[in-house]
Design a protein around this ligand. Sequence first.
Ligand SMILES: NC(=O)c1ccc[n+]([C@@H]2O[C@H](COP(=O)([O-])OP(=O)(O)OC[C@H]3O[C@@H](n4cnc5c(N)ncnc54)[C@H](OP(=O)(O)O)[C@@H]3O)[C@@H](O)[C@H]2O)c1
Length: 259
Amino acid sequence: MSKTALITGASSGIGLELAKIFAANNINLVLVARSENKLKALSAELHAKHNIGVTVLAFDLSDYNNAQKVFDACTAAYIQIDYLVNNAGFGDFGLFHESDWHKQEQMINLNITTLTYLTRLFIPGMIAQRAGKIVNVASTASFQPGPTMSVYYATKAYVLSFSEAISNELEPYGITVTALCPGATESDFQNKADMHESRLVKGRKLPTSAAVAAYGYAAMMKGQVVAIHGFMNQIMAESIRFTPRFLVRKIVRFIQDKK
Ligand SMILES: NC(=O)c1ccc[n+]([C@@H]2O[C@H](COP(=O)([O-])OP(=O)(O)OC[C@H]3O[C@@H](n4cnc5c(N)ncnc54)[C@H](OP(=O)(O)O)[C@@H]3O)[C@@H](O)[C@H]2O)c1
């Protein structure tokens, strides 16, 4: 029987590229994001190209109550989720004490609460099948505090910690959990986070969303728990563990600051 992947944030960037890869591997899709028109266009394209089943669910996932609605819509349509990809997320550049609280709250809801809630809702179905794969999109931001993007970095530290912990709990049930950790990647992320002036991205050629998605898909299929995209990112994530924390904070502030 053909399998189904649910991808949040499938209307753009890494999520959209992951949708294309799942489709090319004959895996049916449930696509979730707010931009219904973009999801419908992608659905039509992937159905025509690969003859797979695609369901579009337009929800604002910064309202975490919508996680239950996503789950209920799948249940009502008798869709069993074999691959859960918690990819939707955003960041916000700037000093925390000057930030818009509502934006931080939405970020925490989306990056943390909805991701956790969706995972909780879909795991029992996977346990019943004794199979399943979960990808939670974390970041290289997961490995250290991030002055000028403090809340975003903290949300991604949560995603990494949560994913590693449940990967251990779910191992006996044949379920794998992958924390995909991209570094700065070409997508709409920088626009939405208002971080074009940051040294982290300004004037730099970034890896494409397609490259990150291909890496993440392969890592998920292997059941790799922590998947850091890019050799230099892997070195940095490891070396941070041996660097004094006061220095890490200063280095990240320098890298993050406006150029
Ligand atoms: N790009 C990077 O540099 C980078 C680096 C490390 C990690 N990441 C992570 O990678 C993931 C994907 O980001 P991306 O780079 O592909 O950025 P993107 O191009 O901005 O895509 C973000 C996706 O999330 C969806 N989304 C945002 N807010 C949502 C909401 N309230 N409800 C439902 N869906 C929502 C967007 O769809 P709608 O706007 O249609 O809702 C879009 O499909 C995020 O978790 C991000 O933190 C990105």
